[in-house]
Design a protein around this ligand. Structure first.
Ligand SMILES: N[C@@H](CCC(=O)N[C@@H](CS)C(=O)NCC(=O)O)C(=O)O
Length: 306
């Protein structure tokens, strides 16, 4: 049986990126459906407070953020590689797709479809970004501005496909493709009015069909209680230790790890890994016992906890 457990929900674009990683590598995986807003009572014992979607669990090791999940899947399941066009290329595409385009798409979709979404969703997302609560009128009013910001970015994305290949780096799909695809997938799923913005971009349309055809590998549903039991019955894997670093962190330091952008919920634990790519902390939870929670180094803040 597979040891890969993905905690996610169907509508999450970042989760779609990881589901496609499973497809690209032909992997079997267990699927735990999590709530799309807080609270997430069966996720918190595993992540220690990190709430974003998705999260990959392997035994008592928890991998947060799709960038690190990609590297971990590549390490454990190297063939076929998803680094077509290199990891650096995928990170560069991420700058456009996940930092720029994603937020204009989210703003455009949430503003255009504001009345179709539950108030609790708007409130949750506003709080996640540090506001007191949602301002629906402001969301709606911002939609046209987001659309105008989005149009040139879609043209840049279309430009990236001008090499004539099916995918960004030619005829082999890789992480860069999944990175560009998932915000477009979110846009494409948001109704006819929103989707029309893709119409002037035939290359993006062909690209989206080709990426969708990669599929999701072999998915099997798992109740969240079973995933908690897996973590409880497993011991965390070996960690790679704390490399010399400019900040002076030592193995065993009590630290908090926090996303630097949004959903800044700190995860507290003892530092077990710190290197150029990754930070990990070990913590003990009353439900699942010892777990190691892994984050990418880039984009996360580490602070001492007294
Ligand atoms: N940098 C993160 C971003 C993940 C992210 O923002 N996911 C969205 C869903 S697509 C999220 O967490 N939304 C709030 C939630 O699900 O609670 C990653 O690559 O995993």
């Amino acid at each position: 049986m597979t040891d890969l457990i993905l905690h996610h929900y169907d509508g999450s674009p970042f989760a779609e990126k990881v589901r496609l990683m499973m497809g690209l590598k032909g992997l079997a995986w267990q699927s735990v459906d999590i709530p799309f807003i807080m609270p997430k009572p069966d996720l918190m014992p595993l992540t220690g407070g990190y709430r974003k979607t998705p999260v990959l669990q392997i035994g008592a090791d928890i991998y947060c953020d799709t960038k690190l999940i990609a590297e971990e899947l590549e390490r454990r399941h190297p063939a076929p590689s998803m680094m077509a066009g290199s990891l650096g290329f995928a990170q560069a595409v991420s700058g456009l797709a996940e930092n720029g385009m994603f937020w204009t798409i989210a703003g455009f979709v949430m503003g255009t479809n504001a009345d179709k979404m539950p108030a609790a969703f708007h409130d949750d997302r506003a709080r996640m970004r540090g506001a007191q609560g949602a301002n629906i009128d402001r969301l709606k009013a911002a939609a046209p501005g987001h659309l105008e910001q989005l149009k040139p970015q879609l043209s840049w994305a279309e430009d990236l496909l001008a090499n004539g290949g099916t995918f960004l780096a030619g005829d082999t799909a890789g992480l860069a493709d999944l990175t560009l695809y998932h915000p477009l997938w979110f846009l494409g799923n948001a109704g006819r009015k929103v989707r029309a913005v893709l119409d002037p971009h035939p290359a993006l349309g062909r690209f989206m069909e080709a990426v969708a055809a990669i599929g999701h590998g072999t998915k099997q549903d798992m109740p969240s209680a079973d995933a908690l039991a897996v973590a409880r019955d497993a011991a965390p894997g070996e960690t790679s230790g704390v490399a010399e670093n400019a900040e002076g962190w030592q193995a065993g330091d009590q630290v908090s790890i926090t996303p630097m952008d949004y959903a800044r919920d700190p995860v507290l634990g003892a530092l077990v890994t710190y290197n150029g790519q990754e930070i990990a902390v070990r913590r003990t939870d009353e439900t699942v016992g010892d777990v190691t929670i892994h984050f990418p180094r880039v984009g996360f803040a580490i602070r001492a906890v007294k």
